[in-house]
Structure formats: C-alpha cells, structure tokens
Design a protein around this ligand. Structure first.
Ligand code: KIV
Length: 264
C-alpha cells in the first residue's frame, strides 16, 4: 500500500483525479476511512464544535489537536494525516514553528492554518523548515467574530479579487494544499485553475481539485445543525462504510457537490 504524500496529491491534481478528505479525531474512524480509500484525513479544529460542544472553534488548543492527531495517526496507514493549527497558535512565525513542531511530533504529515497574505512569511518559514502547509481561505471559522458569522465569502468583486490574490501569494509562499470554504463555485473554479497547489473545497462547488467534509456532518450526527454544503451519506446508505465509499465515489465522479450543496 503506497502512502499518500504531497507528491501524490500534486500528481492527482495534474492528472485531474479528485482528492478526498474527511475529518477524523480517533483511531477507529481514521482506520475505517483509511481502509475505504480516503486520501487525506484532517484533525480539524472543528473538534471544538463536534466533540467538545462549543459554539465555535476558538477554545481548541494545540494540546487538544496533538492528542487527537496521535490517535488518528495510530489508525492510519495510507492516507495523509493533516493537523489543524488552532486559533492564535500561529500568530507569529515563531509561535507557528513551536505549534507545528508539536503537531508533527504527534504524527501529522502536514499542518493547516487559516488566513491570507499576512501568513506569507509564516508559510515560507514552515516549508523551509520541512513542514508541509495547507492554507485555508474563504470562510475561515477562527475569524467568525471578525466576519460577523459563518457566512459565504467572496461574493462581491472586491472580496473575490482579494481572495484570488491571497491564494496566488500563498501558493508562491510554498503552501502545498488549500482548503476553500464557502465561496461561490465560479470563484473556486477560477482559484483552482490559477494555483499549482491542489484546492480542496467545502461549500465551494464541484470544480475544485477535491472535497472535504466534517465526518459528523456526513453522518448527519452534528448537534442540531446540518450545513447546506454537506450531505448526509449515512441516511442515503444506512451503513458507515458504504457512506464513506459513496462519498469517495461521488467526489471522484464529480456528482458531489451538486448545485444543492453549493453557492452562487
Ligand atoms: O476544522 C475543520 O474541520 C476544517 C474543515 C471544515 C476543512 O477546517
């Protein structure tokens, strides 16, 4: 079994093969996702909401992510394991290096951080020091208070221009993957074509290089709330393994996300 690496993901983008990503927080789900063939597993700071029951991701710490990353690592053989850098754990490059060191030592093969051009030096510094980076633009949940809620981003021309410029800059800084969350499908398509790194969408239409869902959303077990961009694959299949395998199939054949799960 060949491990998924940054080279694998880059080749998939170049060959037009869609990349799949699911969040996981423990060894059992990580093993199940890995066995079904999910390419990348994200220990998202969404764990603050779906595991810990907070209203947002802000209370999550590096220690929380490190604990769950070690569990996921133990369950994973093939998929790339990506750990989220929590709120304020990368406010300066030095802080980012210290946080990334803990997460990589816990078993991550890449770290993810939220934000635009202000992260140029941090990303460049992490990559120079051997840490692969996944950037995250659009709806960046750690900025929920600044954004005034969990809202679609990039709908007006100026926001779209800034987002495109940020994506190009972070690509230049050396980021090896980009999560684009809740942006209009047409903008996500343009960004995916404009950058060399693979772009993984969530609420960003079907034209990105891959798709990610929060596992609790795709099983329909998130407390009280189902985002428009998510799909309850457990309800469709009635079985966890079949749900994951259908998610992979629909991402690969381009039928997920449909218009119903996307934004204009
Ligand atoms: O924290 C998370 O799970 C995420 C995904 C929604 C991409 O950032």
């Amino acid at each position: 079994m060949k491990k998924v690496t940054t080279a694998t993901l880059m080749a998939m983008k170049q060959n037009g093969e869609k990349i799949t990503m699911l969040t996981a927080y423990d060894a059992s789900f990580a093993k199940l996702f890995d066995e079904q063939g999910v390419d990348t597993i994200l220990i998202g700071d969404s764990l603050g909401m779906v595991l810990q029951g907070h209203d947002d991701t802000l209370p999550v710490t590096v220690e929380h992510i490190a604990y769950h990353t070690a569990s996921v690592r133990r369950g994973t053989q093939r998929a790339m394991v990506i750990a989220d850098m929590p709120f304020m754990s990368y406010a300066t490059p030095e802080q980012a290096y210290a946080s990334a060191a803990k997460l990589m030592a816990s078993g991550a093969s890449m770290v993810k951080l939220e934000g635009g051009r202000w992260l140029f030096d941090t990303i460049e510094g992490l990559v120079e020091r051997g840490v692969p980076v996944c950037a995250h633009l659009g709806l960046t949940p750690q900025s929920v208070h600044k954004l005034g809620g969990f809202k679609v981003q990039g709908r007006d021309a100026e926001q779209a221009r800034v987002l495109m410029e940020d994506a190009k800059l972070l690509d230049e800084a050396g980021a090896q993957m980009l999560v684009l969350e809740c942006v209009p499908s047409a903008l996500a398509e343009k960004v995916s074509k404009a950058v060399s790194m693979p772009v993984i969408g969530i609420g960003a239409g079907a034209a990105t290089d891959g798709q990610v869902l929060v596992m609790h959303d795709m099983f329909g077990i998130s407390a009280n709330y189902m985002p428009k961009f998510s799909k309850n694959y457990l309800a469709v299949t009635g079985d966890i393994r079949k749900a994951v395998s259908l998610f992979i199939e629909e991402v690969q054949n381009g039928s997920f996300p449909s218009e119903q799960h996307s934004f204009n």
